[in-house]
Design a protein around this ligand. Structure first.
Ligand SMILES: [Zn+2]
Length: 98
């Protein structure tokens, strides 16, 4: 399952990532470019956020299953295989109380 991060936390993290450049033990400047590895490390270092979820239920809409919160229709192949989402893949509503 994917983790969620807050946009404000990501902006704060990246706006404070100026990298000091050293020659020996002397700081000679600030580097503002990041490598791919530094970006991945920075994103991984941002704390995860637990979203507030609405409770919803699956309802039928024209032979499809529809989220009661966002009204999005979920593709029928998932239902034919009896795979039921615990959360709406579009809005994240919790469907487990159904
Ligand atoms: Zn939804």
């Amino acid at each position: 399952m994917s983790d969620l991060i807050r946009r404000d936390d990501a902006i704060y993290k990246f706006s404070h990532l100026d990298m000091q450049v050293y020659e020996g033990s002397t700081c000679v400047g600030i580097r503002t470019c990041l490598t791919k590895e530094e970006i991945i490390y920075a994103i991984d270092d941002i704390p995860t956020a637990e979203p507030e979820r609405k409770n919803g239920k699956w309802s039928n809409y024209k032979d499809e299953h529809c989220c009661s919160v966002c009204k999005c229709v979920v593709i029928s192949d998932c239902w034919n295989d009896e795979i039921r989402y615990d959360y709406c893949p579009y809005c994240g509503a919790d469907m487990r109380g159904e």
